[in-house]
Design a protein around this ligand. Structure first.
Ligand code: HEM
Length: 413
């Protein structure tokens, strides 16, 4: 197929999809489609409430099931009769695989996030957070004003994950930029221009990774890429798998953490008494603020599982090959599990575990690193910028699977 007809095909497909979403959202008031509208981007939690009112497990017009109940999301994510399937737009390595391939590859990545390895990163993370905050306060728009997303929330996870993978400092900005473009596809291709940017970023990352793998074969170092290259040499990793795995780690590492920082700070700014509680005791309250932000406004709003066999669930039959969409954002606001679910309260008893890191075999492998990064970020932010306040228009990303901010102008003075 020529490039021209490919482009026309893509543009037509996107236009048809957009028209279908509009019809379902505005005429049929179908909740999954409503999530993809402006109203859904502003307040998805009102739509999850609607989903819960419709039942614990409901059928969508496309013949798939949807749940925004904590109990049902949790059960589906842990049930081995459900699995995943590869994403057609983006190869997400073991996140798109079922056991045993999933287990084989996940095992290679896991040691990088173990309690033994992680403490070695604490000092580096503290230093990075400290210097980003210094730069933000000194630079920006003057008078202690800066945009928290590009100045703090985004560069922190990029720096941490490139460090963990062993990407040389000189290249980390380029990996970060292209990785962000590739990661933006987690919410689907939005336009022909988006597809072109994605392809270009993908191609550049491919070249960068190829030369980095080559370098680590020649000159091994104490980093994750060196260990993965060695596993490839021992035939534990099949040809082509290595690159997708490193892609996954790079993208999962920053498309999520950046948005927790933004969502958490915004929730604190919107609830000044909660900011005050954090500011009064940053070391003790930072982890609580992070956990509450993960429940209240998680960066991954939903995921999905495909039935690997017929499964009876909530009195309905989910046939093999049917999908169940598990709305993690909705689970965090389920009144059967959380009192006052729509209130942001960092002092809340956190005994009911949120599902922001998913559950079952795909439970986020980077979770210990993400928590360490986020706790340090929120603690140092409260210690160093106690007068923080919003200082301009806040803009959200126009996405529904990934939830986060594009812009959060603040003043520290
Ligand atoms: C607060 C930040 C983070 C959140 C909220 C988050 C959330 C998630 C979720 C929801 C999943 C599972 C998706 C599903 O079940 O379909 C997942 C999987 C994963 N995450 Fe995270 N993540 C975060 C940070 C990280 C970091 C820092 C890394 C590492 C660099 C990472 C690496 C991964 C990987 C590799 C998987 C795939 C696990 C598997 O399939 O077994 N994540 N994450």
């Amino acid at each position: 197929m020529s490039k021209f007809s490919q482009t026309v095909g893509l543009a037509t497909g996107l236009a048809l999809r957009r028209a279908e979403v509009r019809y379902l959202a505005y005429i049929e008031h179908e909740p999954m489609a409503m999530l993809q509208t402006r109203k859904g981007h502003e307040d998805p939690y009102a739509i999850y409430r609607l989903m819960r009112q419709n039942g614990t497990l409901t059928l969508s017009p496309r013949g798939n099931f949807v749940t925004a109940h904590h109990r049902v999301c949790n059960a589906v994510l842990r049930d081995r009769r459900f699995g995943v399937a590869p994403d057609p737009d983006l190869n997400l390595s073991f996140l798109g695989m079922n056991p045993p391939d999933h287990t084989r590859l996940r095992r290679l990545a896991q040691p990088a996030f173990s309690p033994k390895t992680l403490p070695t990163f604490r000092d580096r993370i503290e230093k990075t957070v400290g210097s980003l905050l210094d730069q933000a306060a000194a630079g920006g728009a003057g008078g202690g004003r800066f945009d928290l997303v590009p100045a703090f929330a985004a560069p922190l996870p990029i720096s941490v994950i490139t460090d963990l993978l062993g990407i040389p400092d000189a290249d980390s900005r380029e990996f970060g930029e292209h990785g962000a473009v590739v990661g933006s596809v987690l919410d689907g291709i939005q336009s022909v221009r988006h597809a072109a940017r994605f392809q270009a970023a993908n191609a550049r990352l491919h070249t960068l990774f190829e030369s980095l793998f080559e370098l680590r074969r020649r000159e091994p170092a104490d980093d994750l890429i060196t260990r993965l290259v060695a596993a490839e040499a021992e035939d534990v990793v099949k040809p082509g798998e290595l690159e997708h795995m490193v892609f996954l780690l790079l993208i999962a590492g920053f498309e999520t953490t950046v948005n927790v920082i933004g969502n958490c700070v915004l929730a604190l700014m919107n609830n000044p008494e909660q900011w005050e509680a954090l500011r009064a005791d940053p070391e003790h309250m930072a982890p609580k603020a992070v956990e509450e932000a993960l429940r209240y406004d998680p960066p991954v709003q939903g995921t999905s599982r495909i039935a690997l066999e017929d499964v009876e669930l909530e009195g309905r039959m989910v046939r093999r090959g049917q999908w169940v969409f598990t709305m993690i954002g909705g689970a965090g606001h389920d009144p059967d599990v959380y009192e006052r679910p729509d209130e942001f309260d960092i002092g809340r008893d956190a005994s009911a575990e949120h599902l922001a890191f998913s559950g079952g075999v795909h439970y986020c492998v980077g979770q210990p690193l993400a928590r360490m990064e986020l706790n340090i970020a929120m603690q140092l932010l409260a210690e160093r910028m106690p007068k923080l306040r919003v200082a301009g228009p806040v803009r959200r990303r126009k996405t529904s699977t990934i939830r986060g901010l594009r812009q959060l102008p603040v003043s520290a003075a």
